[in-house]
Design a protein around this ligand. Structure first.
Ligand SMILES: Nc1nc2c(ncn2[C@@H]2O[C@H](COP(=O)(O)OP(=O)(O)O)[C@@H](O)[C@H]2O)c(=O)[nH]1
Ligand SMILES: [Mg+2]
Length: 388
């Protein structure tokens, strides 16, 4: 944790956020800037006044990428007038999203926020966003796509690109992009706890995507707002940022394949499969039950093991909020895998009738063949972390 009012960083990216916060700082608000010299003084004064007036202890952290218009210098001069203001000048580094992570890595607050430096985000909405944390959310997002929000001045081209980007995101990362109405929002607050220790490595503009994908986010809240006209200067969005966005989506898509949770998840599927097969063999060959009854019973035993292992092991780090929530999740797995089990029984009987294969071979083929679908279905339906 640091408290210097001015830091100049020359190289070396910071992407880890500490879990401790200063007991006296509630909100650390990062303002990423590049050539915002004309906008920044008004915005800083407005933000500081608003937060002071509402007794919210805060720090404002401008993270400027060595702007040619000397935004960082103008902000630095203001640190004498505004004690809550801190300025980070990054030399030889650029990118909105990494600037935000850098600001948070130097922040002291319990809640970490971000707001554009060009006045397009109405500061007053901060109060609304902060109030959402009373409902135990981890992230509060300002959304342009809720009733009461909007983007008045965008060209049809930019609207189209924005919609296209969102659709692509939904296709590639439905579990992340689908959690909010405005995944492209650059105005939000996150509880430090949810991202502390996470390896945040955003590419390009979309810091919210990174937070939703890598943070420990159970519940998200949203507040509508109108995207204001830029006060001065121009947007820094360029064609290359759409490529960055695509790269970011692909990276977030591929990374979880290496994650521990996924390995555990497939570990459970494998264990359940073995238990199912052994149990089936025992009651069918040993006890002498008929094929359908044996497969039904062994299938249910496999499901119960799956439920227990998922709950106690795989998703132990993502606990349910209460008993009802936990019960709902477990019931979800039972229903999803139960439906699959019925399908499996039909398939087993069909294969026995139409082929000359042995019963146990048929059972194994169907069990192994259908197992991935069932477990994927189970996870999709039940461990989706948030319901909006
Ligand atoms: N530090 C930093 N800030 C940036 C960079 N690119 C954009 N910004 C800031 O991020 C905010 C949003 O950028 P803007 O170009 O207005 O995006 P738009 O509102 O989506 O058109 C503004 O405060 C910019 O000054 C960057 O590379 N580094
Ligand atoms: Mg802007």
């Amino acid at each position: 944790m640091s408290t210097e009012s001015f830091i100049c960083l020359d190289g070396g990216q910071v992407n880890q956020i500490a879990s401790d916060h200063h007991p006296e700082v509630t909100l650390s608000l990062v303002i990423p800037t590049f050539n915002e010299a004309e906008n920044i003084p008004t915005l800083i004064r407005r933000l500081n006044h608003l937060l002071d007036e509402n007794h919210i202890s805060h720090e404002l952290i401008v993270v400027d990428d060595d702007s040619p218009d000397k935004t960082w210098e103008i902000a630095r001069e203001m640190t004498e007038e505004i004690s809550s203001l801190r300025v980070i000048r990054r030399v030889g580094e650029s990118g909105l999203a990494t600037a935000v992570v850098c600001g948070w890595a130097h922040a002291n607050g319990k809640f970490l926020g971000v707001i554009d430096g060009d006045g397009q985000h109405p500061p007053e909405l901060l109060l609304d966003l902060l109030s959402k944390f009373d409902e135990e959310v981890e992230v509060a997002v300002a959304s342009r796509h809720l009733p009461g929000g909007g983007v008045p001045n965008w060209s049809s081209m930019r609207r189209l690109l924005s919609k296209g980007a969102q659709a692509l995101g939904l296709l590639l990362l439905p579990g992340t992009v689908g959690r909010v109405t405005d995944p492209m929002s650059g105005y939000f607050i996150v509880d430090r706890k949810a991202i502390a220790g996470c390896d945040l490595q955003p590419v390009g503009y979309k810091i919210l995507l990174e937070v939703l994908a890598r943070g420990k986010i159970n519940k998200v809240a949203e507040s509508p707002y109108y995207f204001q006209l830029r006060e001065s200067g121009s947007s820094k969005v360029r064609a290359i940022h759409y490529l960055h966005y695509l790269r970011h989506l692909l990276r977030l898509r591929v990374d979880p394949l290496r994650s521990q949770a996924l390995v555990r998840y497939f570990g459970v599927s494998l264990i359940a499969l073995v238990i199912d097969a052994v149990f089936f063999f025992w009651i069918f060959e040993g006890v002498g039950w008929n094929l359908t009854r044996s497969a039904l019973l062994s299938g249910e035993v496999g499901i119960i093991f799956t439920i227990l292992l998922l709950d106690l092991w795989t998703f132990a780090g993502r606990p349910a909020r209460n008993f009802t929530d936990r019960f709902r999740r477990l019931l979800g797995v039972q229903i999803a895998l139960g439906i699959l089990l019925v399908g499996r029984l039909i398939l087993i009987n069909a294969l026995i009738t139409w082929t000359t294969l042995e019963a146990f071979t048929v059972f194994l083929i169907v069990l192994i063949g259908t197992s991935p679908t069932g477990h994927l279905l189970g996870s999709r339906l039940t461990w989706r972390p948030t319901r909006r």
